[in-house]
Design a protein around this ligand. Sequence first.
Ligand code: SER
Length: 592
Amino acid sequence: MKLTSDELRKKWINFFKDRGHTPISSASLIPENDPTVLFTTAGMHPLVPYLLGQPHPAGKRLCDTQKCVRTGDIDEVGDASHCTFFEMLGNWSLGDYFKDEMVPWSYEFLTERLGLDPDRLAVTVFEGDDDCPRDEHTAALWEKCGIKRENIFYLGKKHNWWGPAGQTGPCGPDTEMFFDTGKPKCCDTCSPACDCGKYVEVWNDVFMQFNKNADGTFSPLKQKNVDTGMGLERALMNVQGLSSVYDTDVFTPIVKKIEELSGRKMSDADAVRAIRVVADHVRTATFIIGDERGVTPSNVDQGYILRRLLRRAIRFGSTIGLKSGDYSKIANVVVDKYAEAYPELAAARDKIAFEIDEEQTRFERTLENGIKEFEKLCKYIQGDTINGKSAFRLYDTYGFPLEMTVEMAKERGFKVDVDGFNARFEEHRNLSHAGAEQRFKGGLADTGELTARLHTATHLMHRALKEVLGDEGVNQRGSNITPERLRFDFSFARAMTPDEVKAVEDKVNEAIKADVEITCEEMTVDEAKAAGAVGLFASKYGEKVKVYTMGEYSKEICGGPHANRTGELGHFKILKEQSSSAGVRRIKAVLE
Ligand code: SER
């Protein structure tokens, strides 16, 4: 079947609209008020509070295409199917329909809308354990639809359980759908659980009915939800019978541009990996910079991931002859390709090109310093081997890829202790993984009272900052809340004076003292803006959003949750006001 990405998105939305779902716009790639993850990694992620029982302004049946970034498999990028950015098509029942509806709909969509041959579909269901019974019900539903019994596989938690996304939060057994490529079974027990390549995953329906608690136990959720996710790129690849996601229409214009600029071809075995890496990384970088909450390259958090993606793209690009200025041209093609589906990219076109060119210049400068460092190293080398520690320093401090160090060493007749480098690399990776796990500690769904109060304080402070420093110059750039403190980034050109800090504290404490009620209304984004609410929201479908009002003190578009009255907050205190990046200030504050 010939199916383009635009058609697939439309088919998806229309199919679920016909079944009573409200389409919602993709949330930002950068989660707000969620200290646990750097990027939105799944369609369900922005919906966690609603899966836990909060009513969603758009209703109980939702569908969307969500922008996602996952960098865990970055080293795999370059093969046929790994991407750091992808779109997840999703639909949700928030305590509404369940398995009886979802399984037949899944079958109908796959066979009738996507035209997949029912005999080439395989499904997996949960085999059952102490936490949750064997899912015979779902298996029976599949069989009734027409899936052959031998194509229904029962698997354990490792394969058929989804979530939580952090250490705690909503999760449940799932049923996954696979496309059988027709390759022979690799062994007698060959199933979708093995990675021999016979079965390719297309869709995942999660029956989200448990909350995983901090002590590892599972308790039933207030409501039974359905959460499904289909990766757009992989679905296109399967439907079109292609062997790589880079051959689908989302990538073809990007790949063509890279071929044109480099003079190398995808059909050239030596160039294919580099072309794919550049295509993937530049696409992801374009989405991160062009996001409605876009960030720029830096040494922390999302900015650091962005930096690594761009530098990795540049390094791979240099092996196929890409030059300065080429990467922003490639990004321009990404913007063109997605202009309709994600209008925020077109709005940020110039910024995207500028940031990519800037980062390239900075990287070139670092490379120069790295080369100097390398020359020094060669001068003082003992024996004929550059040790792992030095090679890692070149990598870590100067962004020097190991392959480059090895190559340059070879030119001078030296070797590199690659094992030593790898040992350092692993050590470092484990450390940063430990860091990443820390981030997940609070769980995705930290809806505790302390967090809610700090969230309310953030709104009050945002407004106070605008009053004290001027409405025009002050805009929110980021927010990160833990039960202990709030952290707020905003645009402002200089450091605040002690008087200004005090004035902001006083204003917030005045609002707390006034003890006004916090109210929440639902309206469209246009109505919210007309009512004077601040807040970012890229609304494609004109869907409803929540607006929180705190008396005269604040009005913002926000998902919540918040305190009931400002009086619950106690005393507000700013601990630190400092620079975050060029033109952006960062405040850390607490309630005491
Ligand atoms: N949350 C599930 C996934 O990411 C289904 O949307 O696969």
